[in-house]
Design a protein around this ligand. Structure first.
Ligand code: UN1
Length: 513
């Protein structure tokens, strides 16, 4: 209800008109272009934001540099304690933040809450990590010498995030970066500025209560120009960017030119291989959730099903039948499975994909279309569609950020399916449905899936935060979130100490004076 949303906004500190740049306690009087946040749920303007300009950009970088000199000297476990309190604050506001994610971005409330849960989880992970930023010790080849390595903070981390995970991706980066001793500047998607403001305000409360200075958490809401400034700025040693491959190539090129570091999380073209021995009880919900969850707008969304010919008809019919049960509508209503796309441009891309797949010779199995009438006034609700297609079709090789699923058949051994699965420019997530150990192991072997994520009897989306998240090829090669992804947020230093009164040289070199 409208009243519900108003209360949610109030709980999160969102006003009718908001400022788009903040260093923490301080919010700039931004004078850039006004951005209206339009909800794809009902097409209404939720609130507006005045965007940041180069003036605020410059002020924020200076503030962040200053804050870094302080923050890097705070012991890592103390930094972890601040992140622990942030997790507590997020737990307190989970419902409201999940609702705003759902309303501003359009994913189902369950998925909005799930995204906020990922924030809590990564903060908890980071708290433990704050006592485990380990380096190795080595044995020196020289007598009376000791060798070890240590990890130091890097400096400013620039975060460019996408609309589809408007809050979790920010926190995957910030929770790690902050315990590592870095400070962060965030440019969120212009399509989801309000969730970004909510995150900044939550953080601000926790940081202020702990005496964390302004500049450790910075927010800059603006257009691609801000992203460009960040990418070219040698004062920002690491840029972490999530979004399209097109955007990632621009960022990667700019950062590469100055030999900076980047962490890129770009497009996926994720497939599920369904073999002869696959358990249909798992296949159907796994494939359908993967394809229509978040209305097909996850970088891990399932785009392709590669099905063995012997089970093709059965799997096709079961999946088509499941599509018939899908309820499309207001994502805040928990009875619905599928919410809207983010905006009308996304709807156009979806429509074009359906036209193109037919032009290239594909066959529509589940008809798509844009919904209209009561409850669909925003014009962003579409029907999840299925087409039979060839992997070589141009449209199949391309990531369309919408609920369009391509079915294809394979025959012979699993290696044939793996070749199809790998035969796209992207390399994020992949899955095999099988009860055959040989097939599963072949899929996971070095001759198997070429993706950053490879699952057995699980769909392609819904990765846990504990693993390193990211992919190969056009997906960009970055890894964030769990495992040792923290290392990219720090600089490594090798130290050798001589505790003798002589100076033996390495490699046995004699240099007598
Ligand atoms: C993304 O779509 O950018 O695996 C991230 C998943 C989520 C993260 C997706 N945990 O679907």
């Amino acid at each position: 209800t409208d009243l519900g949303i108003q209360e949610t906004l109030k709980t999160l500190g969102i006003e009718a008109v908001n400022r788009g740049a903040s260093t923490g306690g301080y919010w700039f009087n931004t004078r850039g272009a006004q951005i209206d946040s339009v909800s794809p749920v009902d097409g209404k303007i939720i609130a507006s934001v005045s965007s940041a300009t180069e003036t605020e950009y410059e002020a924020i970088v200076l503030k962040a540099q200053e804050a870094y000199h302080y923050w890097r000297m705070v012991p890592a476990p103390k930094r972890g304690e601040v992140v622990r309190q942030l997790a507590e604050k997020i737990r307190e506001k989970k419902q409201a933040l999940g609702e705003l994610v759902s309303y501003e971005m359009g994913k189902s409330l369950q998925e909005g809450l799930g995204e906020v849960q990922e924030m809590i989880d990564i903060c908890d992970f980071a708290v433990g990590l704050s006592r485990q930023l380990y380096g190795l010790t080595m044995h020196s080849e020289r007598a009376g010498h000791r060798m070890y390595e240590q990890y130091h903070p890097l400096g400013i981390v620039g975060i460019i995030s996408a609309f589809n995970f408007p809050v979790a991706v920010w926190n995957w980066n910030t929770a790690l970066a902050w315990v590592c001793g870095d400070v962060c500047i965030w440019k969120p998607s212009e399509k989801t500025p309000l969730t970004a403001i909510a995150c900044q305000k939550l953080t601000q409360e926790v940081f202020e209560a702990n005496g964390v200075p302004e500049g450790v958490s910075c927010l800059l809401i603006g257009d691609a120009e801000i992203g460009k400034l960040m990418s070219n700025d040698t004062r920002i040693p690491l840029i972490s960017a999530t979004g399209s491959t097109r955007m990632g190539k621009l960022v990667g090129e700019a950062v590469g030119k100055r030999l900076g570091r980047h962490l890129l999380e770009l497009g996926g073209n994720n497939a599920v291989i369904i073999t002869e021995s696959a358990d249909l009880k798992i296949v159907v919900p796994g494939a359908v959730f993967g394809a229509v969850g978040t209305a097909g707008q996850r970088c891990t969304s399932t785009r392709r099903l590669i099905i063995h010919e012997s089970v093709y008809d059965k799997v096709r019919d079961a999946v088509v039948n499941a599509y018939g049960q899908l309820k499309i509508g207001n994502p805040l209503d928990q009875n619905n499975h599928v919410g809207p796309l983010i905006d009308k441009d996304a709807v156009k891309a979806y429509q074009n994909a359906l036209i193109q797949v037919v032009e290239e010779g594909g066959k529509i199995l589940v008809e798509g279309g844009v919904l209209s009438g009561e409850g669909y006034e925003s014009g962003c609700y579409v029907k999840p569609a299925i087409a039979e297609a060839q992997n070589t079709f141009k449209i199949v090789q391309h990531e369309t950020f919408a609920p369009v699923l391509y079915l294809m058949k394979y025959s012979g051994g699993v290696e044939n399916a793996i070749a199809v699965q790998n035969g796209v420019p992207q390399g994020l997530s992949s899955a095999i449905m099988t009860n055959n150990l040989r097939e599963a192991e072949a899929f996971l072997s070095q001759a198997g899936s070429d993706c950053g994520i490879a699952n057995v009897n699980i769909g392609t989306s819904g990765a846990e935060i504990g693993g390193a998240f990211g992919g190969e090829k056009e997906t960009g090669g970055g890894r964030e979130s769990g495992s040792d992804a923290w290392k990219v947020y720090m600089r490594r230093q090798t130290n050798t100490i001589n505790y003798t009164d002589s100076l033996p040289l390495a490699q046995g070199i004699k240099f007598d004076l």
